[in-house]
Ligand binder design. Structure first.
Ligand code: NAD
Length: 351
């Protein structure tokens, strides 16, 4: 499999996956297809622009005729599909946009891939990168395993659950080889600053309040994004056909404890008084359909593929803060919208 299409490679996780594949597999041709929505940022991957095995294409997975022509032209052996609308809060205000990109867009990719290889699936693979949010919510105990029933609560998780089902159905109905992974919350470099950790780092730098939903007791499992990328690499190469792999950090945190840890690391790094950043915490009204707790049982990927996270949360968080402190131009370019001009500048376009 040497012609690999990665969708959503200008986004947060996709940029780390594209980088890993381009650098590690010089004999692969890596195509990064991304519509460059508000969440796509070519400044995430400037280091790859000169690599001979890397190609960026701006394009929308919901554009059926474009996707069909694109697949016919390049004859991809494999697809690693990450492009999505990914922010739960946005899914609450605009659920249709999530159905369009996450469900319809995935089906359009599946159809184009099927059309190419349905007579001979040998050495072909469709990999869908999904989320643990498809499983719904847990009480105070228990873990999501690969056999937990789907029970999504937000339009975002419902759209991801639906696209998982379509991927599986193409495997059963048309014999398409596939793998799916369902991962917990990621954090790390290049995350769009509407998500909790980069948002709060930026707010602390600027002495702005830190809005905490409800009582702050929501619990999530957190994984360093580079560890997610290495898990994707393993599942892609060694995962078994038609299997699902749960990926998680064995690392559960209540939001409020995570925020306090972040505040204390930020105080140290910014040489502020101990406790100064915590004073910025402000409790705000909860969002609807808020899942109480997610926790992943990642035993299967650990036992079958030998994967485990490479850093502790404290180490990963510290590296993440250092990255944002060093890359304040990147952060400011997003906040003032300048990053959206990068594509035109890079490709000498006028509009
Ligand atoms: P992101 O929002 O940072 O990036 C999504 C990328 O997809 C962007 O570059 C965007 O431009 C692109 N995109 C959106 N709509 C498109 C379209 N119609 N056509 C082509 N490209 C389009 O998202 P992320 O956080 O990097 O998540 C990537 C994938 O991983 C998603 O499928 C998400 O569901 C999944 N996931 C994310 C997390 C997490 O914690 N962020 C956890 C588990 C799974």
């Amino acid at each position: 499999m040497n012609k690999v299409l990665i969708t959503g490679g200008a986004g947060f996780i996709g940029s780390h996956v594209v980088r890993l594949f381009v650098n590690k597999y010089s004999d692969y041709e890596i195509y990064n297809l991304d519509a460059l929505t508000y969440a796509g940022n070519l400044e995430n991957i400037t280091d790859l622009e000169s690599k001979p095995n890397y190609h960026f294409i701006k394009g929308d997975i919901t554009n059926e005729s474009f996707i069909e022509d694109f697949f016919q032209k390049h004859q991809f052996d494999a697809v690693i599909h990450l492009a999505a609308e990914s922010h739960v809060d946005r899914s609450i205000s605009d659920p249709l946009a999530f159905a369009k990109t996450n469900i319809l867009g995935t089906m359009i990719l599946l159809n184009a891939f099927k059309k190419l290889w349905q007579d001979n699936w040998s050495n072909k693979l469709f990999y869908h990168v999904s989320t643990d949010e498809v499983y719904g919510t847990l009480g105070e105990t228990g873990l999501f395993t690969e056999t937990t029933s789907y029970d999504p609560n937000s339009p975002y998780s419902a759209s991801k659950a639906s696209s998982d089902h379509f991927v599986r159905s193409y495997g059963e109905t048309y014999g398409m080889p596939f793998v799916i992974s369902n991962c917990s919350n990621n954090y790390g470099a290049n995350q769009f600053p509407e998500k909790l950790i980069p948002l709060f780092i930026n707010n602390i730098i600027n002495n702005k309040s830190l809005p905490v939903y409800g009582d702050g007791k929501y619990t999530r499992d957190w994984l360093f994004v580079n560890d997610h990328a290495s898990a994707i690499d393993l599942v892609f190469h060694k995962g078994k056909n038609k299997q699902t792999y749960n990926i998680g950090g064995f690392n559960e945190w209540q939001n409020i404890d995570l925020i306090k840890l972040l505040c204390s690391q930020m105080d140290e790094k910014l040489e502020r008084e101990k406790g100064e950043s915590e004073e910025l915490i402000t409790y705000v009204k909860d969002r609807p359909g808020h899942d109480l707790r997610y926790a992943i049982d990642a035993t299967k990927i650990n036992k079958e593929l030998g994967w485990k996270p490479s850093v502790t949360f404290e180490e990963g968080l510290s590296k993440t803060i250092d990255w944002y402190l060093k890359n304040q131009v990147w952060l400011n370019n997003i906040i003032n919208g300048e990053y959206q001009n990068y594509y035109n500048k890079q490709y000498n376009l006028t509009s």
